[in-house]
Design a protein around this ligand. Structure first.
Ligand code: DSN
Length: 415
């Protein structure tokens, strides 16, 4: 593997090999990560990376676009078919630029936006003060209820009626429950706000039919393509017909220059994969694995924010185990599980410390793991917490994690 790189740049070849080894030998539980298919990777590494193609199919500012036009047209068609969307823009380089594009297409700097607070599961680009979204717009936030740790739509409605935002933003990076799109729509209508939903985390669940879809009810839906969708790293914007022109214009020339045509083509490959029956099974398995893992952890006394999960992720408040999120992340890394520390609602710790960890099933499910393995992983997690000071037992748990990895080989054809 990496023969060409090894010849021209042995230092980077070594890093590539080491990272492949890390991915193979650790239980990857970062909820936003996944293992894309060899077909997607081959497309990302193709000659389409050489091509400039500012503009859109048949309306480019460069010659020689005949083939990349075909790739982009296919990607758009497939995205629309997969999600039942009226229009699609497949050029955003990332979820952040997709959101920036969608905001600036309809808002002016200083306009009010209302999104879920980052510390309650939202996302930086939904108006956090250190992010462009908080710097450019008058951003206010809704939160989850302290009792249920889920979104209180009555309170959100009241806040929207008082604040009258120009845009209501749904979507999250650490929210384990279904969203109620009917309620979001009716709140947005009451205050005459544009309704944008960022489905980056749940897009694969929506595509696989195991999460309600935001597409019919929202004006604009943004996403990444590399999380539960399991495609290349990148962004996507779906919209109603009447919103499309403004979005296209803001994407280019408003924000981006030349689209990454190798990534656009790889998005087309991903959307095609997501339309297959086995992807539906994969989506179902991500959710059933998360439920199994959540139940097994709750049986062992772990506190799951909101009391469980409807999707591919769990947010575990580990303060009742005498740990911070940071300590838990490090402890799990030590036994071969990769995850990330995460604030929990009403967290008293800083974002660098936190009281929780976020655990996700997309990558392990791609490896083929199922409910039996989730029960074993819950045992490893609990064992790590109970044996924090016992290096011998921790080494045993790490060996168990490695055995699981060996039993579900990753990229077996990459030699
Ligand atoms: N960084 C992503 C995540 O981990 O959820 C969101 O952008």
């Amino acid at each position: 593997m990496y023969d060409q790189v090894r010849q021209s740049d042995p230092e980077i070849a070594e890093i590539l090999e080491a990272e492949l080894g890390r991915q193979r030998n650790q239980l990857e539980m970062i909820a936003s990560e996944n293992f894309t298919s060899p077909a997607v990777m081959e497309t990302m590494g193709s000659t389409l990376t050489n091509k400039y193609a500012e503009g859109y199919p048949k309306k480019r500012y460069y010659g020689g676009c005949i083939h990349v036009d075909q790739a982009e047209t296919l990607a758009k068609k497939r995205a629309m078919a997969l999600f039942g969307a009226e229009r699609a823009n497949v050029q955003p380089h990332s979820g952040s630029t997709a959101n920036m594009t969608a905001y600036l297409a309809f808002l002016k700097p200083g306009d009010k936006i209302l999104g879920l607070s980052l510390s309650h599961g939202g996302h930086l680009t939904h108006g956090h003060p250190v992010n462009f979204s908080g710097l450019l717009f008058d951003a206010i936030h809704y939160e989850v209820s302290p009792e249920t740790e889920t979104i209180d739509y009555d309170k959100l409605r009241h806040q929207a009626l008082t604040e009258r935002p120009k845009m209501l933003i749904g979507g999250a990076s650490a929210y384990p429950r279904f969203w109620d799109f009917e309620k979001l729509r009716s709140i947005a209508d009451e205050v005459d706000a544009i309704l944008l939903f960022d489905m980056a985390h749940i897009a694969g669940l929506v595509a696989g039919g195991v999460h309600p879809s935001p597409v019919p009810l929202c004006d604009v839906v943004t996403s990444t393509t590399h999380k539960t969708l399991r495609g290349p790293r990148g962004g996507l914007i779906l919209s109603k017909k009447d919103k499309f022109k403004a979005i296209n214009k803001m994407n280019f020339p408003g924000i981006q220059g030349g689209p990454l045509m190798h990534m656009v083509a790889a998005k087309a490959v991903c959307f095609q994969e997501c339309m297959q029956e086995d992807f539906k099974q994969y989506a179902k398995a991500m959710v059933s694995n998360a439920k199994t893992l959540g139940d097994a952890l709750m049986e062992r006394g772990f506190h799951l924010v909101s009391g469980g999960t409807d999707n591919h992720l769990l947010l575990v408040n580990v303060s009742n185990k005498g740990l911070t999120g940071k300590a838990m992340e490090e402890l799990l890394e030590h036994v071969g599980i990769t995850c990330n520390k995460n604030t929990v609602p009403f967290d008293q710790e800083s974002p660098f410390v936190t009281s929780g960890v976020r655990l996700g099933t997309p990558a392990l499910t791609t490896r083929g793991m199922g409910t039996e393995e989730m029960n074993r992983i819950a045992g490893i997690i609990d064992g790590a917490v109970q044996n924090q000071e016992n290096q011998e037992n921790l080494a045993g748990l790490r060996a168990e994690a490695e055995d699981l990895c060996k039993a579900f080989p990753l990229y077996p054809d990459l030699k």
